[in-house]
Design a protein around this ligand. Structure first.
Ligand SMILES: Nc1ncnc2c1ncn2[C@@H]1O[C@H](COP(=O)(O)OP(=O)(O)O)[C@@H](O)[C@H]1O
Ligand SMILES: [Mg+2]
Length: 279
């Protein structure tokens, strides 16, 4: 069920021209609109990616369908898409929302951390898991994440920590260009999908360092794919239903190739895994 957008907080950077809004459930969401400048298909990509990341146990913001009403558009004239000198009005209806971790008036969320803090991120190992995911999903963008300081227990239940201990948490965001964004293609470029900080792959010595996520992908259940597809609001994929079904079929076939796709990264211009043990 969708959540109503209540108030625009601010516009975010980035090609999709996402907007941060306060919603009726009391949470804040970074919203990508159906008529965003990239493509309508970006929304389905985001939804499917979020569902899969949850299943794989990789940290990513909660997602929701955000309903924009005529009243919201009237009351928030600063919410619009800029195309050159032209302003495109938002469409009423359901859009994609990625939940901001907390209240933007109080909590700071970073796109980048310096190495000294990056090393302390509690779930840094998940960058290995998400590489397996990005290889599978043919993410044509580099990996993107956000970071924030919070109580570990509240955000990373798998990490054993004192209930009050604070630390840095990473959440994987911006999955609009899985399936090559609007193209809905799965291609094999060795550089694709990597995170730009070598630090996160420093400890990779072999394929076993991509576990448990790699096994979960190779054995990914078809039901989870079906469920994700069924949850997508029909207006996001109107006329595109067959193309989406065909894409997801190809994605299932691709599951077993993910180990090879990871190994192929080593043939890219800069080997991201300098410590891979020779076999
Ligand atoms: N759930 C989130 N919480 C906090 N900030 C976010 C979240 N999702 C995205 N952002 C921020 O919003 C910016 C734009 O979102 P992103 O998904 O990267 O869109 P684009 O496709 O336009 O690059 C990101 O660079 C990031 O700083
Ligand atoms: Mg981005």
């Amino acid at each position: 069920m969708p959540v109503d957008a209540r108030r625009l907080i601010r516009k975010m950077r980035g090609g999709a021209q996402a907007h941060l809004v306060e919603a009726a459930d009391g949470h804040f969401y970074v919203v990508k609109f159906l008529n965003n400048p990239q493509h309508r298909r970006i929304l389905a990509n985001e939804w499917i990616a979020a569902t899969f990341l949850n299943y794989l146990g990789i940290s990513t913001p909660a997602v929701a369908m955000i309903r924009v009403s005529g009243t919201f558009i009237q009351e928030n004239p600063e919410a619009y898409i800029q195309l050159g000198s032209h302003r495109r009005t938002l469409e009423e209806g359901w859009h994609f929302g990625s939940r901001f971790p907390g209240d933007p008036a109080r909590n700071v969320v970073y796109d980048f951390l310096p190495d000294s803090l990056m090393e302390k991120v509690e779930n840094l190992n998940e960058f290995r898991g998400v590489l397996a995911f990005d290889k599978w999903m043919g993410n044509a963008d580099s990996r993107q994440a956000v970071f924030f300081r919070a109580r570990i227990k509240d955000w990373l239940p798998a990490v054993s920590a004192h209930p009050l201990r604070l630390g840095f948490v990473a959440q994987m965001v911006d999955n609009g260009y899985v399936f090559e964004g609007p193209h809905w293609r799965l291609s094999d470029s060795p550089l694709q999908g990597l995170y730009f900080r070598p630090l996160v792959y420093r400890d990779v010595r072999g394929l076993e360092d991509f576990q448990p996520w790699l096994d979960r992908i190779v054995n990914f259940p078809e039901e989870v794919v079906d469920q994700a597809m069924k949850q997508i609001p029909p207006v996001w994929t109107e006329g595109d239903e067959d193309a989406l079904a065909a894409l997801l079929e190809r994605l299932l076939v691709r599951r077993k190739r993910v180990p090879d796709l990871i190994e192929a990264c080593r043939e890219s211009r800069v080997n991201p895994f300098p410590n891979w043990r020779r076999s």
